[in-house]
Design a protein around this ligand. Sequence first.
Ligand code: NAD
Ligand code: TYD
Length: 337
Amino acid sequence: MNITILITGGAGFIGSNFVRYMLLHTEYSIVVVDALTYAGNPENLADFIADKRLSFIQERIEHTEKIREICNHYGVEGIINFAAETHVDRSIMDPSPFVTSNVMGTVSLLNIARELGLRYVQISTDEVYGSLGDDGYFTEHTPLQPSSPYSASKASADMFVQSFVHTFGVNASITRCSNNYGPYQFPEKLIPLMIVRALENTTLPVYGDGKNVRDWIHVDDHNSAVWAVYCQGKKGEVYNIGASSEQHNIDIVKKILSSLGKSEHLITYVKDRPGHDRRYAIDSTKIMTELGWRPQISFADGLESTIEWYCTHQQWCNNIRNGDYQRYYQQLYGKNI
Ligand code: NAD
Ligand code: TYD
């Protein structure tokens, strides 16, 4: 068998874990296209770079001509689009790159999928649904009500996907997953940021009262769901993905400190994120009943193995953070914290 799939954003957190998943669990060949923004790191794929089934090309997804050439050259069967600007705080500082990569980039890939008759999976997020109160869950029928520029760009991309299904008959599906954690996540998102800062004995900035709730899933469970959707998902359908693991932010921060044997005095409550969504919680009934997918990793086990990974990969953290990280924090807080 020699079937090739284009994985965009394959040098980022979830994309690189997906490439690893594919090479270990399937016989497919993979072409990774990634712009290598601050969040993309070829080192994330270093274990597999000698594998003949993996090709890597540095390119932006909104460069339609180039991506079309790549698809033709490798004879790709389908596209899974992980590529995106992904950090809510950065989208608040400057929404423009989110429009370019997340909206224009998605439309560019959809045009190619349409022209070449490719299978297409859009990796979206539960954040397109907006915020929940104390009760209830996001289902695939929850109206889109994005609150940040990041989630607005992802919701917009989802609507373009649906429009290409309805207008041009593109064989596309959408996944909407909850918050991921695991190895190779850029240390600006909650879990890796807190682990890295605790290891450095620097303050852990908790937004607002720390009682916002996120529904966590290990990246390997997300990726097995994405593969189920690529293979069995129906055209035009949306699939929510979650592992029923709601946590208050402050409880996660305390678990990390306790696991590392560090003092809670490192916690610093900082000014809340503007427009901060209070609670996310996913109902995954559809993917479980229709595609037979189940998450396998408990939050307790997944968090422990993730902490362990960051402890043993401090050089990776230093390499990926470089100068951009300090600039970003100065911009976010107006000072070093
Ligand atoms: P990430 O920021 O770690 O990686 C994104 C990758 O996309 C990077 O390698 C970056 O270089 C690349 N990229 C950005 N713009 C590009 C462009 N214009 N052209 C080509 N490559 C580009 O993000 P992640 O956490 O791995 O997220 C992957 C996808 O999953 C995103 O679409 C995100 O919206 C979605 N998602 C993430 C989460 C989460 O918790 N991290 C949850 C649900 C959905
Ligand atoms: P984040 O990892 O940025 O994911 P998202 O905003 O996409 O859910 O943030 C997860 C939660 O952690 C969110 O409620 C914001 C909070 N948070 C902090 O309290 N401090 C931080 O430094 C960061 C990055 C996030």
